[in-house]
Design a protein around this ligand. Structure first.
Ligand SMILES: Cc1cc2nc3c(=O)[nH]c(=O)nc-3n(C[C@H](O)[C@H](O)[C@H](O)COP(=O)(O)O)c2cc1C
Length: 438
């Protein structure tokens, strides 16, 4: 068996034009569209709805906001945190992960928010802990520029330590709720944390009672060595960006080694590997859909979007509009999503044009009928021999009510019938449900 997550690249417009967009260009900023999405995922048997976040409008590419705002690339974007309890009210079981940045949230604010959301979602909240990749985010939060990559992760490790200490500042049994004595809580079991680090100080204790999970589920996506260490030490869920079963096996083995060095077992970390599903009524329909998307990569608008994405992934350091498209691809990788950019630029002999019109290299592409895709997914997952998961993202970030139905009502029933994914949720919390197949 394996798990399923859906990755939404931010609380922002997705498919806002075209035949299946519906009213999305205005509807995206409210709750209804996302409620429909979360409900569809739960109907399908998904483990987690996962929402990315970045607090900026990127203007590195071409030194202007034009490309960002023309295409609605990673913006405009609402804050995903307030959306989570609304999704929880409309669903009963699915895990809800929202992104939290270590440069945007002081540990006390993060710990308090995480505990509050754990209560409001009935123990179904997860936090995707990120360091933020762009100078633009850092500049929005009072820095002149973002910290170097290694320091960002050092700061994130410290942040996790402080947040964890705050969540532990209430011992088990601290909440008494004795009306007769009277005693709401036992003051001998609630302690200051007096955390003093290089980046953060916090006194504690937290003024929020621990939620149903105690610690919300922690997710981490960075694939560099320090990113993997952060996940190995502190995360329950990791997002894996690999492009072949061989890379997937190596990724899992590397994470198992790192987990062991922190005294943790392989089953303590659930890895969700990025994937896309090109579903058709028949194998040929799915293939035609895949081919159509591949052909689109050569259109000028798509080339501009890919160059824009590379500028974003460089952390806002490299303006890819400056380069000759037909010269060798520049190999610098900047200070941002180093793993993503490395995979693109470390292709010797390729021009920038080859890279931006080449394969996306953003996870597995499953192509064909629902039956065929179900078998492909099962075959790939068998390589690690573990009940990890796939984190499905819309094709080219497409998201419409049609694409929700294709997955929830097309693919998922086939996966369930073959016994590849869950058919129900017997755990009470997100964390409990994650561990059910281990
Ligand atoms: C699938 C995926 C999702 C991510 N989600 C976010 C996000 O929501 N917000 C953010 O600032 N960074 C996000 N990142 C960036 C990572 O947290 C990390 O900073 C980045 O991958 C660079 O880390 P690395 O150099 O360790 O690879 C995401 C990365 C991946 C691969």
């Amino acid at each position: 068996m394996f798990k399923l997550g859906w990755f939404v690249n931010g609380f922002s417009p997705k498919t806002w034009s075209g035949p299946w967009a519906g009213p999305q260009k205005t509807e995206w900023s409210g709750a209804d569209f996302w409620v429909d999405h979360a409900r569809a995922l739960e109907r399908g048997g998904f483990d987690v709805f996962f929402m990315e976040d970045t607090a900026m409008l990127e203007d590195t590419y071409g030194g202007s906001l034009e490309t960002t705002l023309k295409f609605a690339e990673m913006g405009p974007k609402n804050d995903p945190m307030p959306l989570m309890p609304l999704l929880a009210q409309a669903t009963s079981h699915i895990g809800l992960v929202s992104t939290i940045s270590t440069i945007q949230y002081h540990p006390y604010m993060a710990a308090r928010l995480g505990a509050t959301l754990d209560h409001l979602t009935g123990g179904r909240i997860g936090l995707n802990v990120v360091t933020s990749v762009s100078h633009r985010v850092a500049q929005n939060y009072g820095y002149d520029s973002h910290l170097p990559h290694a320091e960002r992760y050092a700061m994130a490790q410290e942040w996790m330590g402080a947040v964890g200490a705050l969540w532990d500042s209430w011992e088990p049994g601290a909440l008494v709720l004795d009306e007769d004595e009277p005693r709401f809580a036992d003051h001998t079991k609630v302690h200051p944390v007096d955390f003093v680090g290089t980046y953060f100080k916090t006194r504690g204790p937290l003024n929020t009672v621990p939620g149903p999970q105690g610690h919300p589920v922690i997710a981490q996506a960075g694939g560099s060595a320090p990113g993997r260490d952060l996940a190995a030490k502190s995360a329950d869920v990791m997002l894996g960006l690999v492009n072949s079963p061989e890379e997937m096996v190596a990724f899992r083995a590397d994470m198992d080694r790192r987990l062991a060095s922190y005294g943790r077992a392989p089953e303590d970390l659930h890895i969700f590997f990025m994937a896309h599903a090109y579903i058709g009524e028949t194998q040929a329909d799915g293939q035609e859909r895949f081919d159509r998307v591949q052909r689109r990569r050569f259109e000028p608008d798509e080339i501009e979007k890919r160059l824009w994405t590379m500028s974003y992934a460089s952390g806002g350091e490299i303006d890819y509009s400056r380069f000759d498209l037909h010269a060798p691809v520049p190999t610098e990788i900047g200070n941002g999503e180093t793993t993503t950019l490395k995979a693109l630029v470390e292709q010797p002999g390729k021009t920038l044009y080859d890279v931006v019109t080449g394969p996306a290299r953003f996870g597995f592409d499953f192509v064909g009928s629902a039956d065929s895709i179900a078998e492909q997914m099962n075959d790939v997952m068998a390589h690690t021999g573990r009940p990890d998961g796939f984190l499905i993202q819309g094709i080219e970030d497409e998201l419409t009510r049609r694409s929700m139905a294709e997955i929830a009502d097309g693919l998922c029933p086939v996966l369930k019938k073959r016994g590849y994914i869950r058919t129900g949720y017997s755990g009470r919390t997100f964390r409990e449900n994650l561990s059910l197949f281990d």
